[in-house]
Design a protein around this ligand. Structure first.
Ligand code: BES
Ligand code: MN
Ligand code: ZN
Length: 497
């Protein structure tokens, strides 16, 4: 059972804040720059430094008194990832001591390229807010409740750090929103529920939201979304969220497309029982996109961003689609269904083609828990990324490294596209052999994106969830992709190529 955490963490001001400073394992004494801070907390930082079991190793926490905490930085130059981990441990310590506010005074005491950067405060805040998240409790009368309590206020004596703390809270809140959506059980989180969540978010943050109903989707030729969703009592839909900044500069127009399968039984190509458990997480692509939109609107990023979520539940019933069905997609491409469990690419295909035609974006990124094969290939450590655009690839790789949400390039060649050619229609949704099947998914999707639009496909089936708890993530959904996409939007807003 995970420990109780804070109900809210936010930036603000407080006079009773615990001082949080940092020190390397090589420092023999407290740096002179921390003298004033040490005096202000009655020598607590010095007490923390001299505790016999404290070596200043990376992520180590030493509590001086009820007003002072020291974080160890190790002997190497700390990275954003290390600072996030430290933040994760820090929030646990602060909660245990009953702190209601923390003054983060770390950036000036670092060495290396991060010294004095708002990114330091951002990474620590991200770590704190990510580690603080717990799955909403669905416990009933047979268990004792353990509600999260209290608020933690984050402050800093440095203006730049205060900005970093705020940004970190917003980005981690975005990931946590994706986790909330992802962890909501499939008997509640059906396509209509997702649409309601999107509408509520749009209202809350000044975005536009339109929902294309199942009937409209069918009428407009979305054969993929229609087929996948037709077996469920909950009709499919296509959610479209738009963030338009006040001052639109005619810069890039981004589109994010997220696979939102609220439950994936496999359909008639039924998953064996062990493979089905956990398929409520098959909407984590859409959840990441929603989370990113929350951050983009909260930060009021100066870039137009569209989110498109094809939502459907892949079920078995007398109305469900079958292997051997041939369907016509939004862009007129015909698909022979060889496997009803390769459903994600069918709903994404319509959403991608619709996005290209209706939105005409300058960049398009889709994100999906698309294949078990990518988990076999890359594990839970990173997402697979397919893109033929060198500039977009570089942006995603750099942003992913900084965010701790790494992407790794996979191939997409003509040979892979040719492999998807079918006997009875233009293409099939899954080849007769399982060879390279995450690549088959990407190759399939490429038939639905206009070739001149820079496009990336991100398969997050591995990192979208974690089986065991880590410093940052309780077991369950990780919100992987929310920070990656939001930071990508922030990067493209400043530097479109
Ligand atoms: N949602 C699954 C992929 C998945 C599997 C995500 C495990 C997370 C964990 C997807 O719809 C699927 O079923 N993919 C098939 C593709 C195959 C039929 C070509 C798979 O991975 O086996
Ligand atoms: Mn499937
Ligand atoms: Zn799926």
């Amino acid at each position: 059972m995970r420990r109780t955490m804070y109900r809210t963490i936010r930036t603000g001001s407080s006079r009773r804040a615990v001082t949080v400073a940092a020190i390397t394992s090589t420092a023999k004494r407290l740096p002179a720059s921390l003298k004033a801070a040490n005096d202000a907390c009655e020598g607590g930082l010095e007490v923390a430094r001299t505790r016999p079991d404290f070596a200043g190793n990376l992520g180590e926490i030493s509590i001086g008194n009820d007003q002072a905490i020291l974080i160890g930085l190790g002997d190497a130059t700390p990275t954003r990832t290390a600072l996030r981990t430290a933040g994760g441990r820090l929030v646990v310590a602060l909660h245990a001591m009953g702190a209601s506010a923390a003054r983060i005074d770390v950036a000036p005491h670092l060495t290396g390229p991060l010294k004095n950067k708002p990114a330091v405060a951002q990474a620590i805040a991200e770590g704190m807010v990510l580690a603080n998240w717990r799955q909403e409790s669905w416990r009933g009368t047979a268990s004792k409740g353990d509600p999260a309590t209290g608020t933690l206020i984050l402050t800093s004596p440095h203006g730049g750090s205060r900005g970093g703390l705020r940004r970190g809270c917003i980005l981690a809140d975005a990931a946590n929103e994706a986790r909330r959506l992802g962890s909501t059980p499939p008997n509640i989180a059906h396509p209509g529920w997702i649409a309601r969540q999107a509408r509520a978010m749009a209202r809350r943050l000044g975005m536009q939201c339109t929902v294309i109903s199942a009937a409209k989707a069918k009428e407009s030729g979305m054969g993929g979304l229609t087929a996948v969703g037709q077996g469920s009592e909950h009709p499919p839909c296509l959610v479209h969220l738009t963030w338009k900044p006040k001052r639109s500069s005619g810069g890039p127009k981004l589109a994010f497309v997220g696979k939102t399968i609220t439950y994936d039984t496999g359909g008639y190509s039924l998953k064996i029982s062990n493979g089905m458990k956990g398929m409520k997480y098959d909407m984590c692509g859409g959840a990441a996109v929603m989370g990113a939109m929350q951050a983009i609107a909260s930060l009021k990023l100066p870039i137009e961003v569209h989110a498109v979520l094809p939502c459907a539940e892949n079920m078995v019933s007398e109305r469900a689609y079958r292997p051997d069905d041939i369907i016509k997609m939004f862009n007129g491409v015909t698909v022979e269904v060889t496997n009803t469990d390769a459903e994600g690419r069918l709903v994404l295909a319509d959403a991608l083609a619709w996005t290209c035609r209706k939105i005409k974006p300058t960049h398009i990124i889709d994100i999906a828990t698309l294949t078990g094969g990518v988990v076999v290939a890359l594990g839970q450590w990173c997402a697979g990324m397919w893109s033929r655009d060198a500039s977009l690839r570089k942006t995603l790789q750099n942003v992913g490294d900084d965010a701790g949400e790494q992407v790794w390039r996979m191939p997409l060649w003509k040979e892979h596209r040719d492999f998807m050619r079918a006997n009875h229609a233009d293409i099939w949704n899954s080849g007769p052999k399982r060879d390279g099947h995450p690549i088959q998914g990407a190759a399939f999707l490429s038939y639905f994106v206009e070739p001149e639009i820079p496009w990336a496909h991100i398969d997050i089936a591995g990192p979208a969830t974690t089986e065991s708890s880590t410093d940052l993530y309780a077991a369950g959904p990780t919100g992987f992709g929310a920070r990656l996409l939001a930071e990508t939007a922030a990067t493209l807003a400043v530097d479109p190529d």
